[in-house]
Design a protein around this ligand. Structure first.
Ligand code: GDP
Ligand code: IMO
Ligand code: MG
Length: 435
């Protein structure tokens, strides 16, 4: 069972961290392949809650090989903080590796992210303001600074100069910002380089070797399909490709190395930041979901928008990623909401109906979910550990989703804890040890 990709199937925060943690126990290596510290992946182990922004969600297993792939954008200040925090908690991070080709988020990227959003005003994307977009823009413009550049002061300084110079005009309002001093910035990043040097590596060969030996590689996605820069709700997206295909590019392996693609989706829907959300509930019920689901951003603390499960978008995500299985998380949050609604098509402008996810922004922005009712349940389901422990209506809800998408539900989350999970048995090849 060599390669499995864990992908956000909605708008992020689906519970990918928990799923990766569960699979990581038997994995030989876990590889984050895109995004940066816009991500926040939560793992709950008993009373301990870990929130990872850059370090892969397999790190809690002592010595586990955990790779930050070339497709990730790394803010070294955030990464060194995360490493310090893990060390303070006594966690063995000797298995951490950072691709020498991963790009660095620089102080000017963060300032540009802030400035860009401020300039957009009402039209803003609602980014995490972590400098993600400007960093990927520099990567594409071939003005990026990479991890390996931290190890050579002369190259580092030249590259920072070359990258910062064209931005002078845009950065004029920040002319006096002390973080924009070329010498101070080079010094600061050299210091990060000293700290991170033991972890910097040529990372694709790590994956190749595990694959050659028929070991298990878990590719950890960040964000979600609907935030994908090509396939999401552009321009209200992130600046990378969270879809499964990107695991190859961001880790340095070929498509034949990925054998299972699991999409992670909540039993309802959330979105943080601006952009279309056809099943949004802007009412008391939406607020109830927000409170009972703890729907506040892991990275920015912003309240997440909430809504009914959007099966139109989820079927689109199934196709775009080639999902082989679905993990449904947070089923427990729906307890007591009866009836439940799910969207099976969209109502567009002028009464038009859409069975498939519309590509056209003018339609998508006006689309509302055409909802059907399904019966809910009232029993507490957090103690359920098999499908048989669930009320019949909860099982029917899962069956409805699986039938609609044409893929099996492989896991069901019934609480945040690592044991609060149902293993459905749909994928015998990949059974978490905890199941
Ligand atoms: P990620 O970005 O996809 O890793 O997800 P986040 O960590 O940002 O958000 C998911 C939140 O839901 C976290 O607080 C998890 O602890 C929590 N969570 C995950 N699975 C479940 C579940 O099945 N039930 C409940 N109630 N919470 C869950
Ligand atoms: P995880 O990995 C949810 C959203 C932001 C904004 C848009 C662009 O935890 O699921 P960016 O800072 O990336 O330029 O912001 O993307 N966003 C996320 N939403 N979960 C995430 O990550 C996100 N990462 C970015 O809120 O709407
Ligand atoms: Mg998150």
């Amino acid at each position: 069972m060599p390669g499995v990709a864990i992908i956000g199937a909605q708008w992020g925060d689906e519970g990918k961290g928990k799923v990766v943690d569960l699979l990581a126990e038997q994995a030989d290596v876990v590889i984050r392949f895109q995004g940066g510290n816009n991500a926040g992946h939560t793992i709950v182990r008993g009373k301990d809650v870990y929130k990872f922004h850059l370090v892969p969600s397999g790190i809690l297993y002592p010595g586990k090989l955990c790779v930050i792939g070339n497709g990730v954008v790394v803010d070294p200040a955030v990464l060194t903080d995360e490493i310090d925090g893990l060390r303070r908690s006594g966690i063995d991070i000797s298995g951490l590796r950072i691709s020498a080709n991963a790009h660095l988020i620089m102080p000017y990227h963060k300032l540009l992210d802030h400035a860009g959003e401020a300039k957009l005003g009402k039209l803003q994307i609602g980014t995490t303001r972590r400098g993600i977009g400007p960093c990927y823009a520099d990567k594409a413009a071939r003005l990026g600074i990479r991890m390996q550049d931290l190890l050579d002061e002369k190259i580092l300084k030249q590259k920072i100069y070359a990258a910062m110079e064209p931005k002078r005009l845009m950065l004029r309002p920040f002319a006096k910002d002390p973080t924009l001093d070329l010498h101070a910035m080079t010094e600061e990043y050299r210091t990060f380089g000293h700290r991170l040097e033991p972890y910097i590596a040529d990372t694709p060969p790590i994956a190749w070797q595990v694959l050659e030996e028929n070991g298990l590689v878990v590719f950890e996605g960040a964000q979600g399909t609907m935030l994908d820069i090509d396939h999401g709700t552009y321009p209200f997206v992130t600046s990378s490709n969270p879809v499964a295909g990107s695991a190859c590019v961001g880790a340095g392996v070929g498509p034949s190395s990925i054998h299972e693609v699991w999409g992670v989706a909540k039993a309802y829907a959330t979105r943080v930041g601006a952009g279309p959300f056809p099943t949004e509930l802007d009412d008391d019920l939406g607020e109830r979901m927000r409170q009972s689901g703890g729907e506040f951003g892991t990275t920015t603390g912003r309240p997440r928008r909430t809504g009914w499960l959007d099966l139109v978008a989820l079927r689109y995500a199934t196709k775009v990623n080639g999902l082989t299985g679905l993990v449904v998380t947070k089923l427990d949050v729906l307890t007591g909401i009866d009836p439940l609604n799910v969207a099976t098509r969209y109502l567009g402008p002028e009464g038009a109906m859409f069975d498939e996810f519309p590509y056209h922004q003018s339609i998508l922005h006006k689309a509302r979910g055409d909802l059907i009712e399904l019966p809910g349940w009232h029993e507490d389901i957090r103690a359920a550990r098999s499908l048989d422990d669930l009320p019949e209506t909860a099982r029917s809800y899962l069956d409805y989703i699986s039938d609609f998408l044409g893929i099996p539900v492989v896991m069901v989350g019934v609480g945040p804890g690592r044991d609060e999970m149902i293993w459905t048995g749909a994928s015998e090849r990949l059974r978490p040890a905890a199941a």
